[in-house]
Ligand binder design. Sequence first.
Ligand code: KIV
Ligand code: ZN
Length: 507
Amino acid sequence: MGKKIYIFDTTLRDGEQTPGVSLNIDEKLEIARQLQVLGADVIEAGFPFASKGDFEAVKAVAQNIRGPIIAGLARTSKDDIDTAWEALKYAEKPRIHTFIATSDIHMEHKLKMKPEEVLERARTMVKYAKSLCPNVEFSAEDATRTRPEFLYKVIEAVIEAGADVVNIPDTVGYTTPGEYGAFIKGIKESVPNIDKAIISVHCHNDLGLAVANSLAAIENGAQQIECAINGLGERAGNAALEEVVMTIKTRSDRFESYTDVVTEQITRTSNLVSHLTGVLIQNNKAIVGANAFAHESGIHQHGVLNCRETYEIMTPESVGLKKNLIVLGKHSGRHAFEQRLKELGYDHLEGDKINEAFHKFKDLADKKKDISDEDIEALVKQQVFQVPEAFNLEYFQFSSGNSIVSTSTVKINYNGNAVEEAACGDGPVDATFKAIEKATGINVKLKDYFLKAVGSGKDALGEVTVKVEKDGKIYSAKGVSTDVVESSAKAFINAINKIHYYANHME
Ligand code: KIV
Ligand code: ZN
């Protein structure tokens, strides 16, 4: 089995720093629950001092999630650390994660502090954090561009002050595997008290090397990897959790290590994160992309049919991809549908929700012959993660063509009143969005719109993701239907309902 590698998931903190991503408390809790099922050792739930929303989210995760360590980020300042502790103190296993930059460029131009001041600040604030919380991690931001001799001194000082974990981030994604491995080895050999702490790594993907760098660090003594689902994170993102974990598993011969991640939960976790963040996964993404286990060429297909290992180094089942041979359709009953929901991991759905999902399934079966697992998931995810529907879209009707101005009429129910409005726009989707804005009285800025086919075939479902901005906040929502204007209208009204819900239920 070898050495245990701790998986520190930062989807909810660094991952939330992905441009255009903003998660509310319920969404963060849902992801944290799934990370717990996935078997992450540490969940970094947020940066409590950064905003009230972040504080409440970290607190909610600390109160509700048992099993993994719950970490909260804090700069090396008393206010940050106090706020982090206020949110984390409810956790079964809390961790304060405090950081300060140690590279010359950051100390001079960002912090405007002398190296001795940074060293002293790191030491005193780790000591302070440790007086509050039994478990403390220290990060030397921009470590890979830090003079090694100075970094050794800082690491020695923070371990002496009580740090349990020392993190060596490649903050700007600058290093390379050979160089980073040697850097970690240098720390191991030069910091006298290094055996009293765990070495952690946190790599950004600016040069596409985050996973390779993290693995090089493992080979040189690091024991914790900070990573995010689907590789989310600041700029080009962080090391992708699924890639790190599956490499350690698939090449355990080389790494002589293991993680406690339940790899069969990877696909489900990846889909959930993509759904809630609105960040789509590229088809050729390793491990979780739609093509990751697809064999296109005849030679490959032939090889796999004869002996799977000819072209498959890991099985689709090992990451939780199951191919169901029984396809559901119009004649399938509630029992078969419920059974399939359970197999897909929706075993916590209760009576009303199942009824509602079953009706949606029947409606779809009238329009589409074979209903795949992807179709069912697309329908059910809508429902599970939907806020209560204050505005209900009763109908919409549009006229459009290549030589006329598109117009759309919508009827929306709100609090027992029905409102009908019409609008013109650049195409039927734009006209429908404008009519919905008029009818609900909520105007937003459309930041992003994507349309994706779920499955294949002419009758495939169209899944629309919209990201809208209201009062500086981003809300993402989805809608699915066999008609793309309807998917768009559903996604847009779902986003409006989210805005309404969170305006009335303080985050
Ligand atoms: O990239 C980075 O350096 C960070 C630290 C705060 C760990 O995210
Ligand atoms: Zn980072």
